[in-house]
Design a protein around this ligand. Structure first.
Ligand code: 5GP
Length: 257
């Protein structure tokens, strides 16, 4: 029986103690939640797909010099990562109006933004992740100004790179959420990209059909979530083992390229 120590359990992932000090095992669950856990379901195969897609994106980002917590994928549902001190701020980068910004500012979904916009949200389930400004982040000591600068520049760099990567496979990166952690090495500390980047925390639209290939399929009861994530994996050239067979009666999401 597996006796690993569980460090933390979130809505979609579990963190276990890793094999070496300073490492953790990040386990991807099949649970899908939305609207601060008011909507909850298990979607077979989601965790496996997110593990593989996030591995791929973190590796590509690592190759261009973006510092991340990722070390290696261990199996279908788990990856080895560096233990970091998570900064309690979600960083959202937006290229196109959708979701909460469209609602907040009365914009039509799909309207291109004049430039990429970075927003911060305080990580708090009880409060429903409220939007905050740099003033709140520094006043409440969640991060210092230099850390905010680092998070913004890494998030924008990742956004530029990921926009191009997805464009190359016929997908528009509408927006995404990322998280950062402090990684201590001896006496020095640096900010690294942590958590995951997967269709659970991005909006990905097919460029031709505008079909949603992300978690909005769950949030908006569109169905076909696993099929959409499989399509993203397929276009990235990933072979994801042991995929559940797509529901043949479900919606046909995208044209084949
Ligand atoms: P919005 O603020 O429009 O709801 O979300 C903006 C982007 O950030 C979307 O791609 C959404 O998936 C992602 N996002 C925002 N908050 C969360 C969160 O708490 N969990 C996950 N998985 N993604 C989030």
């Amino acid at each position: 029986m597996n006796r690993r120590r569980r460090i933390y359990e979130g809505k979609a992932k579990i963190l276990y103690e890793g094999p070496e000090p300073g490492t953790l095992i990040q386990h991807f669950k099949d649970d899908a939640t939305a609207f601060n856990n008011q909507k909850h379901d298990k979607i077979e195969g989601k965790g496996v797909l997110n593990n593989r897609i996030s591995e791929y994106l973190f590796q590509r980002l690592g190759e261009i010099g973006v510092p991340t917590h990722f070390i290696k994928r261990m199996n279908m549902r788990e990856q080895l990562v560096r233990e970091v001190e998570i900064i309690p701020v979600e960083v959202v980068v937006r290229n196109v109006a959708a979701g909460s910004i469209a609602k907040r500012l009365g914009m039509e979904e799909g309207t291109p933004l004049p430039r990429s916009i970075v927003e911060f949200y305080y990580k708090s389930d009880e409060l429903g992740d409220p939007m905050v400004t740099e003033e709140h982040i520094t006043a409440f000591n969640w991060a210092v100004p230099q850390e905010i600068d680092d998070m913004m520049s890494v998030a924008l760099r990742a956004n530029d790179f990921l926009c191009g990567l997805f464009l190359g496979i016929g997908i528009k990166l509408v927006d995404f959420k990322c998280e950062f952690g402090r990684l201590w090495e001896n006496d020095t500390m640096r900010i690294v990209l942590a958590d995951e980047i997967s269709p659970d925390c991005c909006r990905l639209w097919d460029i031709e059909s505008q079909e949603k290939l992300d978690k909005d399929r769950f949030r908006r009861d569109l169905g076909g979530l696993v099929e959409a994530y499989q399509e993203v994996a397929r276009r990235l050239g990933l072979h994801v083992e042991n995929n559940p067979q797509p529901n043949q009666s479900g919606p046909v999401l995208v044209r084949s390229q």
